[in-house]
Design a protein around this ligand. Sequence first.
Ligand code: AMP
Ligand code: MN
Ligand code: MN
Length: 327
Amino acid sequence: MLRYAKVQNMQEYNIENYIKGAKRIAMGGHIRPDGDCVGSCIGLYTYLKNNYSELTIDLYLQPIPEKLHFLRHTDEIKSEYVQREPYDLFILLDSSDKDRLGEFLPYFEQAERTLCIDHHKSNTNFADDNIVVPDASSCCEVLYTMFNEEKIDYDVACALYLGIVHDSGVFKYSNTSALTMSIAGKLMEKGIPFTDIIDNTFYSKTYVQNQILGRALLESVLFYDGKCIFSVVKKEEFEFYHITSADLDGIVEQLRITKGVECAIFLYEIGELEYKVSLRSCEIVDVSEIATYFGGGGHMRAAGFNMKGTVYDVINNISERIELQLG
Ligand code: AMP
Ligand code: MN
Ligand code: MN
């Protein structure tokens, strides 16, 4: 893994060095794409299209949130798997393991070469080339350092800025560094509508999104002397409010900032006795370690995984791991 502090010049890792010789390139990110995943995929896709017009590039992602459709080229995303001739290169972004590709995994497995660009501490360096920078705020931040500044246009800047904003919680999480801020500043110089990007994609909520947030907070439970908090959204609520998992963004963060809380756990039901788990911590607990233990992954302060069992089982299992760290 790379550490910014140890790399003399990120330009050694210029994207141009990795696409040499490839004519047909496929790209993808993780299932249920978030802001950083979409920002990095669209950012790289647009950068390559703008500057290397001789390449054939296909971008594969599961359907993306409606609010991200303002980004250029999102209408070109392919969201269905069809069998194709193997690609010369597959580039996987913002994903700590290849299974995170979901239905598009065969493109990665069949490609002549693979490249992974990521910032997850739990990344297992599974590709042929791995540019993994765990001290970067976002995959978009890593990509910026691999691009030539003068080749970044307005559209690429919008996409990269979006990803940085989302993964850094608008520049407030502990993954935000002076470099993050200076890159954001450089992107602003491209004339991007930064206020709109932040308001329309991060803060703005629909009425039902506010309702489900309110409900999740109302039903949240504090435990372990107020150091932990959890809440659950069940299948019935998805049906009642006509929502999808994309409508649950921000709930775990609101739980995390509860005064006195070190660790927040948010679950939502993805199947019969099966839950998607989101973990967040403030200062002590390494949630990436817990998520990796249960077969998922993430960062020190934000991680996730899927778990089978009742809510009671899931919370009990996670609490045991938290207690091991809090001592
Ligand atoms: P989330 O709680 O889904 O917002 O995810 C927090 C962080 O953990 C993100 O960086 C995700 O990419 C990562 N993550 C979430 N779920 C998984 C999973 N099942 N496997 C690996 N990483 C995950
Ligand atoms: Mn992501
Ligand atoms: Mn990310």
